[in-house]
Design a protein around this ligand. Structure first.
Ligand code: FNR
Length: 384
């Protein structure tokens, strides 16, 4: 563990331990992956102002997201197939998040079900909803999330049609993996993953298996999504979803101020500026670049979060200084999970917390609540 000092170390170890088709599923973006890359490089452009000789003792990273106390303004983003990065992945990640005092969001496309996760943790988690054509099933998912005590519903708005990821097609992504000579050869080198997987029964989509025909066969993820996800989803749907849920609603995948305004008008309590980690519209700008315009449009009316490309505590600080109430991380915790299971997710969160704490101090601040544009070098950050 002492050799793991940054998120990149976790990524490298995960690459060695997770079967290629699932590692690639996590570590890829749509088409040319330009947006995937831009999400990270745009953060690097934003420079801090280093301050010295100020009292940096006794620092505070605690904050609030959707009225919930968080130990730092970071939450785990919903990620599909997390239980394929490591057996029981969603349960392990939810436990690590709970221990670290940050929110965990369970994806509709999870391997462990809503009920599995609820049983494994003691505090409420958040549930992410994809809207399927079968509205009765959507209603059922909302009701299950409510019955499981989920404290926020996150409606993902940017994946009613699936962006193409070359690697998934080339690898013939299936859940569970089809045993071809190539996958068998690969699995033979991933014995830790195989042993852990052999000990769990959770090997298919926990929330949707049983409801949706062929949910286990993702040999053509794009065809499957096209047949199940509802491309006609519109702002009108948000109203009935909100009414049915009757609790805090987050809308994820908003990149433009017009859409942010529609989201808030439709009843969103928070929006996430997100391009789905560069997995959908290749060529979209980096999400951190889209943040200032969205903040200007709705920042006074709702909480605004951002995700995509956060790989360090410095990135968290950059986003918060720009005005985000918090950030979500996807791949960083998946790398931790694939590398070391629950311990790896905890390590990921510890690394980010430590980096955030030290960077805050070096910017001359003691409380994350005081982070704003004054800690950033003018000209280096995006403006509305
Ligand atoms: C995702 N994301 C995602 N989002 C969502 O709303 N529902 C989902 O099921 C998934 N599934 C998913 C799988 C994988 C493997 C990844 C990497 C991402 C998007 C996710 O919530 C988030 O927006 C991005 O991951 C943020 O970017 P970073 O932190 O991964 O760079």
């Amino acid at each position: 563990m002492s050799t793991i000092t940054c998120i990149e170390d976790l990524r490298r170890l995960a690459k060695r331990r997770v079967p290629k088709m699932f590692y690639d599923y996590a570590d890829s973006g749509a088409w040319t992956e330009s947006t995937y890359r831009a999400n990270q490089t745009a953060f690097e452009e934003i420079k801090f102002r280093q301050r010295v000789m100020v009292d940096m003792d006794d620092r505070r990273l605690t904050s609030e997201m959707l009225g919930q106390q968080v130990s730092m303004p970071v939450a785990l983003a919903p990620t599909g197939l997390t239980g394929m990065q490591h057996a029981d992945g969603e349960i392990l990640a939810a436990r690590a998040a709970e221990k670290a005092g940050v929110p965990f969001t369970l994806s509709t496309m999870s391997i462990c079900s809503i009920e599995d996760v609820a049983e494994a943790v003691s505090k409420p988690f958040w549930f992410q909803l994809y809207v399927m054509r079968d509205r009765d099933f959507v209603i059922d998912l909302i009701d299950r999330a409510k019955a499981a005590g989920c404290s926020a519903l996150m409606l993902t708005a940017d994946l009613q049609i699936l962006g193409q990821r070359h690697k998934d097609l080339k690898n013939g992504l299936t859940v569970p993996p089809n045993l071809t000579p190539a996958t068998l050869l690969d699995l033979a080198t991933k014995w830790r993953w195989c042993f852990a997987m052999a000990r769990t029964k959770r090997r298919t989509f926990g929330n949707i298996a049983g409801h949706v025909k062929d949910a286990t066969d993702l040999s053509s993820l794009s065809k499957w999504t096209a047949s199940q996800f509802d491309p006609s989803l519109s702002w009108d749907d948000v109203k009935w979803i909100k009414a049915r849920w009757n609790g805090p609603l987050i809308i994820k995948g908003v990149m433009e101020p017009e859409d942010a305004e529609r989201a808030v008008d439709a009843g969103a309590d928070a929006v996430i500026v997100s391009n789905h980690g560069g997995r959908q519209l290749d060529g979209a700008c980096a999400s951190i670049e889209a943040l200032p315009d969205v903040l200007q449009a709705v920042g006074s009316r709702t909480e605004v979060y951002v995700d995509g490309g956060v790989r360090s505590g410095q990135d968290v600080l950059r986003a918060v200084a720009l005005g985000a109430r918090g950030v979500f991380i996807g791949r960083p915790f998946l790398y931790g999970l694939g590398a070391l299971g629950e311990e790896g997710v905890s390590r990921c969160l510890e690394i980010i917390r430590n980096e955030l704490d030290i960077s805050l101090a070096l910017c001359g601040l003691r409380d994350i609540a005081d982070a704003d544009l004054r800690i950033l070098k003018p000209g280096s950050y995006p403006l509305p």
